[in-house]
Design a protein around this ligand. Structure first.
Ligand SMILES: Nc1ncnc2c1ncn2[C@@H]1O[C@H](COP(=O)(O)OP(=O)(O)OP(=O)(O)O)[C@@H](O)[C@H]1O
Ligand SMILES: [Mg+2]
Length: 421
């Protein structure tokens, strides 16, 4: 039997949902890309003005790579200029030379030369650009190469995961390169992307290139932006969602598009499974449970280590959940006092700081999955979750383990435990 014959509409739709909601991979299609107009405008400004370069930084999973992917589509078809935006991923083994080799790897240059002999025709010679570069590449080599290329097209080399580069001198040389390209007014724009709280975390020597480097922080998404991810995707599937379910997905996403995709995928599959084209709150319940199983393995195993205990009646799960819903400062830090009220709410018992101070300390140690990082001196100790994906996972686990109900979650969604960076 032909595959098409057994592929019912319902199965097809479930497959399509997997193409539209893609928690595992960055967005490539413009119609599925939501929001981010400020960041896009800032980057396009850097590209369109000679002498400017850009640095895009933010938490893990906020959509940095997706943004860089849609840039070439946005620039496509601009009058007068042809743009090429090669994107490479940096890794811990990279040197300055290896980074630029990767950038130039796929570029072939064609030259027209005279053939040999009298009356000879012109011939075209193609060479790989990397083959023309010296063994050790310097900022000046990069400047000259980009200058030559700019006669035919404008190169916008994108360095993603720049935080992975281990050698300090690489970021110094990259700053030198940016300075040089800017001083020589070379029509090329370097874009650096990485996970960091601030520019300092990505490129130490940025003072010398302050004027040439447009700094673009990538905050979490607003509720309307994550909502748009859901509705954009469902529109493609010719499905809709009711308000209650949409609000739940927005609240649980906490501005992280990865979680929006995960929840939207499994909630829409739940609606499809019951032959409905409208996603409802009960589908989100199923979506939450299914999402927990699909979460990044590192998060699941950290949670397991954090909450396992031989002692009956232990409260690791509850303390962790209280941390996940505690109010934080702008950088995500909270103190033991911020955990007290949520813990009382979750357990219904009048716990005080001495009852759970030890738990907090342990949760920041390797034996309990190192979920929290600790900073500050005695009495001023503050904690922060190691990864932004831990918090929403713990909240959804809390719901699935009946430590929180949906009404609690609605309140939490209103007082979402994050602030825009
Ligand atoms: N503007 C957007 N519209 C719709 N979906 C998005 C958007 N931005 C990101 N996503 C989705 O969010 C998830 C994470 O995005 P992406 O991989 O681009 O983030 P990132 O910041 O590069 O993450 P990392 O720090 O891990 O490299 C992906 O599933 C992606 O499809
Ligand atoms: Mg990325």
């Amino acid at each position: 039997m032909l595959i098409e014959a057994i592929m019912t509409d319902k199965i097809q739709l479930a497959f399509d949902a997997g193409d539209v909601f893609t928690p595992g991979s960055p967005i490539n299609a413009l119609d599925l890309f939501a929001g981010r107009s400020d960041q896009i405008e800032a980057i396009l400004n850097a590209i369109s003005q000679r002498g400017y370069h850009a640095i895009l930084y933010g938490e893990r999973g906020v959509g940095k790579t997706s943004l860089s992917n849609v840039l070439s589509q946005l620039l496509h078809g601009r009058k007068n200029s042809k743009f090429l935006l090669p994107r490479i991923n940096c890794d811990a083994s990279d040197t300055y030379t290896s980074l630029w080799r990767k950038q130039f790897n796929d570029i072939i240059v064609t030259e027209t030369r005279m053939g040999i002999g009298f009356n000879a025709d012109q011939i075209e010679v193609s060479r790989r650009l990397v083959d023309t570069l010296p063994e050790q590449i310097t900022p000046d080599d990069v400047r000259r190469t980009l200058e030559q290329l700019s006669k035919g097209l404008i190169l916008v080399p994108i360095f993603d995961e720049f935080d992975r580069v281990r050698q300090n001198y690489v970021s110094t040389l990259m700053a030198d390169t940016i300075k040089m390209l800017s001083d020589y007014s070379v029509p090329a724009t370097i874009i650096l992307i990485g996970v960091a709280d601030s520019v300092d975390g990505l490129i130490g020597e940025h003072q010398s290139i302050e004027r040439a480097l447009i700094q673009i922080p990538m905050p979490r998404m607003s509720g309307s932006e994550t909502g748009q991810i859901v509705t954009n995707g469902l529109t493609r599937l010719r499905m809709t969602i009711n308000n209650e379910a949409l609000e739940e997905i927005i609240g649980l996403s906490q501005g992280l598009p990865y979680i929006t995709h995960l929840l939207a995928l499994y909630s829409s599959k739940a609606a499809i499974a019951r032959d409905s084209k409208v996603v409802e709150s009960s589908d989100v319940d199923i979506g939450i449970k299914a999402s927990l199983g699909q979460w990044q393995q590192s998060v699941k195993s950290a949670y397991y280590h954090a909450t396992k205990s031989q002692q009956p009646g232990h409260i690791y799960k509850e303390v962790l959940l209280a941390c996940a819903v505690a109010a934080t400062d702008d950088l995500g830090y909270f103190a033991a006092a911020d955990v007290r009220e949520p813990l009382r709410h979750i357990t219904g018992k009048p716990y005080d700081i001495p009852n759970f101070a030890r738990h907090l300390k342990e949760l920041s140690q390797p034996g309990r999955g190192e979920m929290l990082s600790r900073t500050g001196e005695k009495r001023r100790i503050r904690y922060r979750f190691e990864s932004p994906l831990l918090r929403p996972y713990i909240i959804m686990r809390g719901f699935s383990d009946h430590l929180l109900n949906k009404d609690d979650m609605k309140v939490l969604a209103l007082t979402a435990p994050y602030k825009k960076v």
